[in-house]
Design a protein around this ligand. Structure first.
Ligand SMILES: *Cc1c(COP(=O)(O)O)cnc(C)c1O
Length: 475
């Protein structure tokens, strides 16, 4: 059926009520949460755009699948259905289920990284890099420069800079490179895709130097959609077909099924190499569970198997990305500084430009997430200096080029009116930006600090400074 807009290919069968809060309640909730939106209670949140991870609404078919859970310890029927779905959609030979994406990253990093080795990739991801470092590796970024320019309108800002890749291979030597970690719809760059031509070029050069490529397939379906829409010669291909080609250019993948695959929990590791898969099956028993459940209930694997097949339906993916674009376009039209082109899973607001009066060491993005929450109950996530953490060698704060907040859109959960309310709040805040004060960190966890760090305003009792009353113009 041909539809004119991106409108949803589903209707709503069940609703979840939300608690409406007052501004005073939100001021007090964020103070108690140490000015970290990760530490808010979800019942105090109106529109939850913290993450699209595990927050999707499952379909009636997935819920029906939950009743088909075969909770046998070994050899669950759901495992075999998941294995078939993964093989059909992603095409890899061996499947090792894990409780979520980082479980797969942990196993892959342990298996493939020796202390002192480096992992090359197109921008880091928080948990991915953390596991690479825990295994004794160091991550080296070879993403194209466009990725760090929020105004660059290139269609594939997730691309690998082939010259940087060649230089890195030259300077480290292929033997010191554990593998290439290929990100799709690069999360930390704003959900920006990589082109098929670029994946092919990366494959070519890595193959020449015998460097394996492991895909972070978490957002590969969304990436395949952008390839179909933007890459010359790809518009007639199906999402399934493009996705299979991306995967065929790599040696395996880690995947968080909590994103594209439309489930609330789950992940997997895929490998083509028989011996490596054997080793991974040995390790999964230690850290996740037996190789036919990997820390998941049978019913979770069933929901994942169904979700994977739903995720590549064109009407689904078109509506998903259409909704994100809708919110992005409202903000662009109002002149809010966001990363463009609009990415796959959320809107990334340039907090450094939104709050130009705040120095980077007062964490403007963290402040902006608090201001937005107080204003409207919308929960966003910091993606700037707090997320970037510290250099593992020097212990210094890393100030990444981009200081962003992310409004992440859960799949099949919110309506167009929710997007409107969100845009209204952001635009209103932009007009009162000078009222927002910075933060200082009062408690800093050692790993992935953004999840649990605590802050306080650098002045006063709120992230909003009391401003002298504005002069009102009488009519
Ligand atoms: C979420 C995510 C992960 C980690 O997966 P979890 O399921 O949260 O452990 C890895 N890579 C990317 C790109 C992600 O978005």
């Amino acid at each position: 059926m041909i539809r004119r807009s991106w409108a949803e290919p589903f209707k709503i069968k069940m609703v979840e009520h939300l608690r409406m809060t007052t501004r005073a309640e939100r001021e007090s909730a964020i103070r108690e949460a140490g000015y970290n939106t990760f530490l808010l209670r979800s019942e105090d949140v109106y529109i939850d755009l913290l993450t699209d991870s595990g927050t999707s609404a499952m379909s009636d078919r997935q819920w029906a699948g939950m009743m088909l859970g075969d909770e046998a310890y070994a050899g669950s029927a759901n495992y075999y259905r998941l294995e078939r779905a993964v093989r059909d959609v992603y095409g890899y030979k061996h499947l090792i289920p894990t409780h979520q994406g980082r479980g797969a990253e942990h196993l892959l990093s342990r298996l493939c990284i020796k202390p002192g080795q480096v992992v090359l990739g197109n921008m880091y991801f928080t948990t991915t890099r953390a596991h690479q470092e825990l295994a004794g590796g160091r991550f080296v970024d070879v993403i194209c420069d466009e990725a760090n320019d929020p105004d660059d309108l290139s269609p594939f800002k997730g691309n690998v800079d082939i010259k940087k890749l060649a230089n890195a291979i030259e300077s480290y030597g292929a033997g010191r490179i554990a593998y290439f970690c290929l990100q799709c719809n690069v999360n930390m760059a704003g959900g920006q895709p990589i082109s098929l031509a670029n994946v092919r070029a990366v494959r070519e050069i890595c193959q020449r130097h015998d460097i394996p490529i492991y895909l972070d397939a978490t957002r590969a379906v969304e990436n395949a959609y952008f390839i179909k829409m933007r890459e010359p010669g790809q518009s007639d291909r199906s999402i399934e077909d493009i996705l299979l080609e991306i995967c065929s250019l790599t040696d395996g993948c880690t995947c968080s099924a909590k994103k594209d695959a439309l489930v609330n929990i789950g992940g997997f590791l895929c490998l083509n190499d028989d011996a490596l898969a054997e080793e991974a099956r040995n390790q999964v028993v230690l850290f996740e569970g037996l190789h036919t459940y990997g820390g998941l209930a049978g019913r979770d694997m069933e929901a994942m198997a169904i979700g994977i097949r739903e995720s590549v339906q064109i009407d689904h993916i078109r509506a998903r990305i259409g909704q994100v674009e809708y919110l992005g376009n409202l903000l662009i039209k109002a002149g809010v500084p966001i990363v463009r082109p609009v990415g796959g899973h959320g809107i990334f607001i340039d907090a450094a430009r939104f709050l130009p009066h705040l120095p980077r060491d007062q964490f403007p993005a963290q402040s902006l997430t608090c201001a937005l929450y107080i204003d409207s109950g919308v929960r966003a996530m910091e993606r700037g200096a707090v997320s970037a953490g510290r250099d593992p060698d020097t212990g210094e704060n890393i100030f990444p080029e981009l200081e962003l907040i992310r409004l992440t859109i859960p799949r099949r959960v919110y309506t167009q009116a929710h997007m409107d309310v969100t845009a209204e709040s952001v635009i209103d805040l932009r007009d009162r930006a000078e009222e927002v004060v910075g933060l200082r960190m009062t408690s800093e966890p050692r790993y992935l600090r953004f999840f649990q760090a605590r802050f306080e305003p650098v002045e006063g009792q709120s992230v909003f400074r009391r401003m002298p009353a504005r002069a009102t113009v009488s009519p």
